[in-house]
Design a protein around this ligand. Structure first.
Ligand code: PLP
Length: 386
């Protein structure tokens, strides 16, 4: 039986999959089961930051596979400890908690914020403000944190203690900051919500309000992090110092790894037994992440910014394009034509693009070759214009 049929018969129908059976690839090129080649402008939703089967990354992962794959967090493993050290050194954060995904990273942040507040102020100061149109994950807590009504059908009751502020409206957020609030959680570029970057002035005001009122500032960098926006983490481009930063997706270059980076205020909040994960920070994933992190340097970040600018300059004013949004290699394209139709037609023509709400979304590998990017953008432009 072929893969599509098996999938249909045996896998829960939670995804409307595009008709591509991925078999192999190299860098930004992906091959399907019929040997057709695609230029990938999606990176597995911002995960394969150095594309498919990058040599250095494969070598690092393979070397660790031959040593030990897992022994649990009851014991120490070197790749995990080294990765935590490198992440702290490069961010100025103090401690790291490892999980396996973005949702788990955010679960940790939510628990940590509530415990910080409980330890310091006692009961009843547990509300977390998030933004309307945000996306923080699919678990019950992170879905509760997600400020999208459409996601709040079917699964009630949700977790108490989340309230949603309209994005970019500082007085509205300030008005929600009553005595029950312990934290504010933001994506600096709303990804799933349509690739919308928050204004720097708004973010600065929120950050200083949080500092004044001892509200923890949690920045969800699950999608923006790990070089995607042209900095190691997007908060660095905004000039703020969050209390907690969560990340996942590109962190291990294609292996499941997420983490919450914990700043000074919360470095000792999570004590033994208060949180955990069987697989989190697994040595294979940590070895992959160490390889990725060592290459997210200034030269690559300039390249990410330059490629982002190139995409923008090609698409802005192009036929059928209404606007181009985003930061670095996280790009949203508002089009006259339906975005899902564009994604389908691009796939037919050998280019993988994503969508976010009503927009076309691009999250290409950070090191995509210029020729590949140029070829894919010409095809995309043609499809949008048709
Ligand atoms: N937070 C943000 C900003 C995301 O974009 C996502 C996934 O798209 C998540 C959290 C959830 O991550 P995961 O699917 O790894 O649980």
């Amino acid at each position: 039986m072929n893969t599509k049929k098996l999938d249909e018969n045996y896998i829960a129908a939670t995804y409307s999959r595009a008709p591509l059976v991925a078999v192999s690839g190299k860098g930004a090129l992906v091959l399907d089961a019929d040997g057709k080649e695609y230029i990938d402008l999606g990176s597995g939703i911002g995960v394969n930051c150095f594309g498919v089967c990058d040599d250095e990354w494969v070598q690092a992962v393979e070397a660790q596979l031959h040593r030990i794959q897992h022994l649990s967090n009851l014991y120490y493993t070197e790749p995990q400890a080294l990765l935590a050290q490198k992440l702290c050194e490069r961010t100025g954060m103090k401690k790291v908690f490892f999980g396996n995904s973005g949702a788990e990273a955010n679960e940790c942040a939510i628990k940590c914020a509530r415990k910080y507040s409980f330890d310091k102020y006692g009961d009843g100061r547990s509300t977390i403000i998030t933004l309307q149109n945000s996306f923080h994950g699919r678990t019950m807590a992170t879905l509760s944190a997600t400020g999208q009504d459409a996601m709040h059908v079917n699964f009630a009751p949700f977790l108490e203690g989340f309230t949603y502020a309209p994005a970019q409206d500082f007085p509205a957020l300030e008005a929600l900051c009553g005595g029950k609030v312990c934290a504010v959680m933001l994506e600096l570029v709303q990804g799933e919500g349509g690739v919308i970057a928050l204004d720097k002035a708004y973010v600065e005001k929120v950050a200083s309000l949080c500092a004044q009122r001892d509200l923890l500032l949690i920045i969800d960098e699950v999608q923006t992090g790990n070089g995607r926006t042209g900095a190691l983490y997007a908060y660095m481009q905004y000039g703020i110092s969050p209390d907690i930063v969560t990340t996942a997706k590109g962190l291990a270059g294609g292996l499941p790894l997420g983490c919450a980076l914990l700043g000074e205020k919360v470095e000792n909040t999570l004590s033994a037994g208060t949180h955990g994960s069987t697989f989190g920070g697994n040595p294979i994933c940590a070895a992959g992440a160490l390889s990725i992190l060592s290459r997210l340097d200034d030269a690559l970040m300039s390249e990410v910014m330059a490629k982002g600018e190139y995409i923008k300059s090609e698409l802005e004013g192009s036929k059928g394009v209404k606007s181009v949004t985003g930061l670095g290699l996280m790009v949203g394209i508002e089009t006259e034509k339906d975005a899902k139709t564009i994604a389908r037609e691009c796939l037919e023509q050998g280019v993988i693009v994503l969508t976010a709400k009503s927009k076309v979304r691009l999250l290409p590998p950070l090191n995509i070759k210029k020729e590949e990017l140029a070829k894919a953008i010409q095809i995309l432009k043609g499809v949008i214009a048709q």
